[in-house]
Design a protein around this ligand. Structure first.
Ligand SMILES: [Zn+2]
Length: 114
């Protein structure tokens, strides 16, 4: 799903829990400066009004602590791998306005060395 934005909470949790890329977060809870998240591998609904949507009903959920440092590392890795600004992920827009991190270029800001 290339159009979907990266959820960095899921990225961190997948690495920490050693689960597959299909695993994603469904609950987020702020605990002090960090987060406790819960997630699992969602099922795709095969019938009903929400057909095709993902559901976490009856899915075994795992909890994972995600710290601010974890997120920062994930952001840095994303920028190093893609060359895109992690905030807007190349879309140039974050929070419905021009992305402040990259100044609307969509590119990862150059790291200051030294
Ligand atoms: Zn940006």
């Amino acid at each position: 799903m290339p159009d979907e934005k990266v959820d960095f909470f899921s990225v961190v949790a997948r690495r920490k829990l050693g689960v597959s890329y299909e695993w994603c977060c469904c609950k987020y809870e702020a605990v002090g400066p960090d987060f406790t998240i819960e997630g699992g591998i969602p099922k795709t609904l095969k019938a009903g009004p929400d057909k095709g949507k993902k559901s976490f009903r009856n899915v075994r959920l795992l909890k994972c602590v995600v710290t601010r440092t974890d997120l920062m590392i994930a952001h840095n890795q994303y920028e190093a791998n893609t060359g895109l600004c992690w905030q807007c992920q190349g879309s140039k827009v974050a929070f419905d306005r021009e992305c402040e991190r990259c100044g609307g270029t969509g590119e990862a800001p150059k790291l200051e060395v030294g």
